[in-house]
Design a binder for this molecule. Structure first.
Ligand code: NAP
Ligand code: ZN
Length: 351
């Protein structure tokens, strides 16, 4: 297989800083699109995996799965893209395409396991896939998304993970007008959850541990903001929610949020902290509450989400950073100091 070396940033082990390295990208095959990466969002999953918090990282690890760029080459069979087009890539770059789940458009649950954009076995080259903290990526056309015209490209990048990961469960559990919906944690996922739940017509309540984020929560679309450390305020909302989306990256007491649900209400977990979260049985038993999970979204649904965001004028609130500031950005994520997604300006990779 012919490859070319491209510039990237990645980690060599769980305690090393993210630093420059060169990686191989395959020459585009007939169905492939080669993309010059312009922007890449920084998801908390990048940090979890760079530091092996999910205990499955293959090193070196080049994170990044919120990718927006420009098509520079296409294979002979590619019909949806041409050089010069804007294109986007999210958390997956391939799946088996034939199993029950792939055929149903939920490739993220591929029974043979999807190929994630980074830290998955690479089907074309030996070793693992490498993500968007790099100058170029080569992806099968079927996993490349179109960016609706007129969208701010840097602020669109986070939609490829934070956007779809919140859109998919809000749609699956049919959130809409007349429903009271809680979003827990105002970070990258949480702030998109607030915006999308509001656009879907729900009554949105943000739960945050950071009093400094109250004004932003309201500005981003929440009808109410509750500081979750305030026990009285939490009690007022007890057993009143149809749906709660938990987007917290660290260990926390899930029972506090299960208690918000009314009869048959659902709490969907998106956050993936390293350790298990204990659930008190009676918080589920009474009154018949559901505790669920959700992972990103399928490719067709990701395209639908991009069109939805374009139609509702939604993008992410971002802080654009040069790649050289990536380690500082990780430190700030851990301090809950993100307003509300870091996006890497990939032009900085050349400097
Ligand atoms: P993020 O930007 O770092 O935001 C996480 C937010 O969680 C923080 O801003 C903070 O909000 C809250 N938080 C952090 N530590 C907390 C603590 N100790 N107690 C209570 N709240 C705390 O992270 P993200 O990129 O949105 O990702 C969130 C989680 O979702 C990560 O675990 C990530 O791996 C996971 N994720 C899952 C999927 C999926 O498909 N299921 C996809 C992407 C990411 P406040 O300051 O408002 O409290
Ligand atoms: Zn992500």
């Amino acid at each position: 297989m012919i490859t070319k070396q491209v510039r990237a940033y990645g980690t060599q082990n769980a305690t090393a800083a993210v630093a420059p390295l060169d990686i191989a990208r395959r020459e585009p095959g007939p169905q492939d699109v080669e993309i010059e990466i312009l922007y890449c969002g920084v998801c908390h999953s990048d940090l979890h995996q760079a530091r092996n918090e999910w205990h499955n990282t293959i090193y070196p690890c080049v994170p990044g799965h919120e990718i927006v760029g420009r098509v520079i080459r296409t294979g002979a069979s590619v019909s949806k893209f041409k050089p010069g087009d804007t294109a986007a890539v999210g958390c997956m770059v391939d799946s088996c395409g034939t199993c029950e789940h792939c055929r149903a458009g939920v490739e993220q649950f591929c029974l043979s396991f999807p190929t994630f954009t980074y830290n998955s076995p690479d089907k074309h080259l030996s070793g693992q896939t490498f993500g968007g903290y790099s100058s170029h990526i080569v992806v099968a056309e079927a996993f490349v998304l179109r960016v609706p015209p007129g969208m701010d490209l840097a602020a669109t990048a986070p939609l490829l993970c934070a956007g779809i990961t919140t859109y998919s469960p809000l749609r699956h559990w049919k959130v809409g007008p007349g429903q009271k919906v809680g979003i827990v944690g105002l970070g990258g996922l949480g702030h998109m959850g607030v915006k999308i739940a509001r656009a879907l017509g729900a009554h949105v309540v943000l739960f945050t541990t950071s009093p400094s984020k109250i004004a932003d929560g309201l500005r981003l679309g929440a009808h109410e903001v509750v500081v979750s450390k305030d026990a009285d305020a939490m009690k007022k909302h007890q057993s009143s929610f149809h749906f709660v989306l938990d987007a917290v990256s660290a260990q926390h007491d899930i029972n506090m949020y299960l208690n918000l649900l009314k009869l048959d209400g659902t709490l969907t977990l998106l956050g993936a902290p390293e350790q298990p979260l204990p659930v008190a049985a009676f918080n589920l038993i009474l009154p018949r509450r559901n505790f669920a999970g959700s992972a990103i979204g399928g490719i067709a649904e990701t395209q639908e989400m991009l069109e939805f965001c374009a139609a509702h004028n939604l993008v992410s609130d971002i802080e654009l950073i040069p790649i050289q500031k990536i380690n500082e950005a990780y430190d700030r994520l851990l301090k809950q100091d993100v307003r509300y997604r870091f996006v890497i300006d990939m032009a900085s990779l050349k400097s």
